[in-house]
Design a protein around this ligand. Structure first.
Ligand code: UDP
Length: 363
């Protein structure tokens, strides 16, 4: 198959601004290339792919970024800036897509989804968030009524945010396991990984570390500086150890030394890449039973699922974290979330989208 991928219009690949979508796209590229497919990636200028292979064609587009929908009012209208990066990326993808089998869109935005109704090339969408915009959710409902196969989700819980979707297509997510080394360190520090932004709930993890009188290692881009400062002021100095945003190879090396990862989202996390990345290194996860992590973590085997927003329960689970066999964590990822498994699920889905488009195009 020849597939054209449209990246997120929020930050270049490798910037961290695009969140989990950046790694998801990278893993899919790895999986598709390994299976012998042809891949073009349309992405913002300066983007870098994790496994730089000569086989993938990376096309750069310049322009003004979109704002991320999770930081905009839910009922806001769609805003497209002058010299829009997103529309530039769509134009380029359509030009390349004329000779391809399908376009696969990773950007959570109105324009690419609306294009489904207006171009002849099949275009499929991996929806990367729960419902974060009234306008986009309504558009998905409208497009879905005509193209019911064109949307896939990372988890069932995420898809429940779109109640009009019947039997949602769930593709999970995938990770190139060669990039994650298993480490058997039972007595390491506590870790937290993610964009530092209110929806990620860093304050609850910091509370737990503070109660234990320990440092919390925090890896990730500080997306909301005032939020980060606010949390810092809430706790004793030195509780938060800001480690910055690291590229995957370095991140996994440091993350693998942790005895546990805390995952404390306040929103309906679509998947939770960082949960699986920790597991891939052998690090058990204590998370709120909310969104994707609630479908990933096997309670008592690869970590613990705490009642959402209950910090005392997080604390209780952390105290028994050494009951988890770190090898079981890695094993789960190998059996359920490799880039190969992910690519297979996506390919099966894309075949249905192409078939449906062909049958609709018949005179
Ligand atoms: N990440 C990274 N380096 C860091 C911290 C985070 O590359 O130092 C990446 C991580 O690998 C993951 C992403 O940031 O892919 C966060 O994705 P997740 O699905 O957990 O949350 P999202 O940001 O999409 O809400």
């Amino acid at each position: 198959m020849h597939i054209v991928l449209i990246s997120t219009p929020i930050g270049f690949l490798g910037s961290g601004k695009g969140g989990g979508v950046e790694l998801t796209l990278n893993s899919l590229v790895t999986g598709l290339l390994a299976k012998g497919h042809e891949v073009d990636v349309v992405a913002p200028k300066n983007s870098k792919l994790l496994d730089a292979s000569k086989k993938v064609k990376l096309h750069f587009v310049e322009g003004n970024e979109q704002k991320s929908w999770q930081h905009i009012d839910y009922y806001s209208s769609v805003n497209i800036p002058n010299n829009s990066l997103l529309s530039g990326m769509i134009e380029k993808a359509i030009a390349i897509g004329e000779k391809a089998d399908i376009i696969l869109n990773f950007s959570y935005d109105w324009l690419p989804i609306w294009m489904t109704l207006n171009i002849n090339i099949p275009i499929a969408h991996i929806i990367s968030m729960g419902s974060e915009s009234f306008v986009i959710s309504n558009l998905i409902a409208n497009v879905y009524s005509k193209f019911p196969n064109n949307f896939a989700f990372h988890s069932k819980t995420q898809a429940y945010d779109y109640p009009f979707i019947v039997n949602p297509i769930i593709v999970g997510n995938g990770f190139n396991l060669d990039n994650y080394i298993f480490q058997d360190c039972k007595n390491g520090p506590l870790g937290w990984v993610g964009r530092v932004a209110p929806e990620k709930g860093l304050e609850d993890a910091a509370y737990v570390a503070n109660e234990l009188g320990e440092k919390l290692n925090v890896w990730g881009i500080i997306q909301d500086k005032s939020y980060a400062l606010k949390i810092e002021k809430l706790f004793s100095p030195g509780i938060l150890e800001w480690k910055g945003f690291l590229e995957t190879h370095k991140l996994q090396k440091e993350l693998g030394t942790c005895r546990a990862l805390l995952n404390t989202p306040k929103w309906n996390e679509a998947y939770g890449n960082v949960v699986v990345e920790a597991l891939a290194c052998g690090v058990p996860v204590v998370a709120y039973k909310r969104g994707g992590p609630s479908e990933i973590i096997q309670h008592g085997k690869t970590g613990f699922l705490s009642e959402p927003n209950n910090k005392e329960s997080l604390l209780r689970y952390l105290k028994i974290i050494n009951k988890i066999d770190r090898k079981d964590c890695r094993k789960w990822v190998e059996n359920n979330a490799s880039s190969n498994i992910f690519a297979s699920k996506v390919l099966n889905w894309l075949k249905t989208v192409i078939k449906e488009k062909q049958s609709q195009d018949l005179p």
